[in-house]
Design a protein around this ligand. Structure first.
Ligand SMILES: Cc1cc2nc3c(=O)[nH]c(=O)nc-3n(C[C@H](O)[C@H](O)[C@H](O)COP(=O)(O)OP(=O)(O)OC[C@H]3O[C@@H](n4cnc5c(N)ncnc54)[C@H](O)[C@@H]3O)c2cc1C
Length: 397
């Protein structure tokens, strides 16, 4: 079933939906995306495109755009919150994980703009302000109903509609996402205010009891992206992400060293996210609809892989739809190719959260172990994520 001239409908113009549209349009299909937002809004914060996700971007012809608008990270530093020296340091320039692609960090708005422009150039139709409210199986096609009382019929639907996916319900997954017991504040800080000794093009993860902070520069170092995570029993707010007072963030890190507290004191437009995950569904598709990205497998952000997995999904799905004899076979092979990797990445992401948030003796042991292996056998730390970063699905891995 070559994709050429096939009509594809995608729900959601996020990173997964747009990448999927580009991959399929390049293979000749006629793609329409429905997006509930009015346009690409200047929201969101920094996002990491690691070498595995970058491989797909390169294959889609987006290397130059990403490199020119993103920052290529040189190191990832891991540091105990009380200690001035690193517990471990991952060299991203000289150690390639079997994949020479860079680790790019970029503002989500800039990435979405790159993807949107590329999709439009390829003839993809992006229809904004269209929120799907119901999807019914009409036998040989699916019928999407929108909140403006209009309808759209389709035979191939890609559900890239994020964590609260409507498409997910169509394929029979009715359960609600579960709160992980962790919340994340996200903020951007103008680097002219930065009192912290952050070195350009390095990501730093500072960990302490029940909380951690990740910082890295974006937009050529003009902004510092901040993600601060805290362990919490419950999430009682009505929304999944909401504006929050700086005072709450500062209170959570009040026992941390002065340089970190100074950084938090200049954070603006702070958003608080409850971190939720789904069980990985056993079946990712029906006969006509398939899930990609967060609609299928949202994961905690402690490895920075949610968007990267959506990007990999997009490539593999397009490839399988183009190569398989029929849609259902393509969906089945797509799921088989992705299942184990997604499960492993989601599990490694959760483990990172547990490691960063360790308390007491366990925290000390983790720190000592990390330091010792970094100093005695740096290759252990360097190669820990080869299985993740070393894969490039666009070259058939
Ligand atoms: C604190 C934090 C930090 C993160 N950092 C990273 C990182 O560094 N690297 C990384 O890879 N990932 C990171 N992630 C995860 C990443 O943001 C998500 O995994 C990624 O955005 C998922 O992309 P998606 O396209 O699947 O879904 P989304 O980005 O959620 O896009 C879904 C789209 O569908 C639209 N939509 C939803 N419902 C409907 C509907 N009914 N009708 C029409 N349109 C609809 C939405 O408006 C949206 O545009 C982070 C997440 C968090 C919370």
């Amino acid at each position: 079933m070559a994709l050429k001239n096939k009509c594809i409908t995608i729900l959601g113009a996020g990173i997964g939906g747009l990448t999927s549209a580009i991959a399929m349009a390049r293979l000749g299909s006629d793609v329409t995306i429905f997006e509930r937002a009015q346009k690409n809004q200047n929201t969101g914060a920094g996002i990491q495109i690691s070498p595995n996700g970058f491989g797909v971007m390169r294959a889609l012809g987006l290397k130059e755009a990403l490199v020119s608008q993103g920052n290529a990270l040189e190191y990832i530093n891991v540091q105990n919150y009380k200690k001035p020296s690193f517990s471990a340091r991952v060299d991203l320039i000289n150690v390639t994980h079997g994949n020479v692609n860079p680790h790019i960090v970029i503002h989500r708005f800039d990435l979405i703009n790159i993807l949107m422009k590329t999709a439009l150039k390829l003839g993809v139709k992006i229809i904004f302000n269209k929120q799907a409210m119901d999807i019914t199986d009409a036998g040989s096609s699916l019928r999407i109903k929108f909140t403006d009382e209009t309808f759209h019929g389709c035979q191939i639907l890609v559900g890239a509609d994020g964590i609260h996916s409507l498409t997910r319900k169509v394929i029979g997954c009715a359960e609600e996402p579960k709160f992980t017991g962790k919340v994340a504040w996200r903020a951007l800080i103008e680097s002219k205010f930065i009192p912290l000794n952050d070195i350009p093009n390095e990501a730093t993860i500072r960990f302490g009891p029940n909380r951690h902070i990740v910082t890295y520069p974006i937009r050529g170092g003009k902004l510092i992206n901040l993600v601060a995570v805290e362990k919490r029993e419950e999430w009682t707010a009505e929304g999944w992400d909401q504006p929050d007072n700086r005072a709450n963030l500062e209170k959570s890190f009040q026992h941390w060293p002065t340089d970190v507290r100074k950084l938090l004191s200049v954070a603006e437009n702070i958003k608080l996210w409850g971190l939720f995950v789904h069980e990985l569904p056993k079946k990712w598709h029906s006969n006509m609809a398939v899930l990609i990205g967060d609609a299928c497998h949202p994961m905690v952000p402690f490895l920075g892989q949610g968007a990267n997995m959506a990007i990999e999904d997009a490539w593999v799905l397009a490839e399988e739809l183009d190569n398989s004899n029929n849609v259902l076979d393509a969906f089945k092979i797509f799921q088989t190719r992705r299942f184990k990797r997604i499960a492993k990445v989601a599990s490694a992401s959760s483990s990172n959260g547990d490691i960063y948030h360790a308390v007491g003796v366990r925290a000390n042991l983790i720190n000592i172990g990390m330091k010792a292996s970094y100093r005695l056998k740096p290759s252990f730390i360097q190669s820990k994520y080869d299985w993740l970063y070393g894969v490039d699905v666009s070259r058939g891995d």
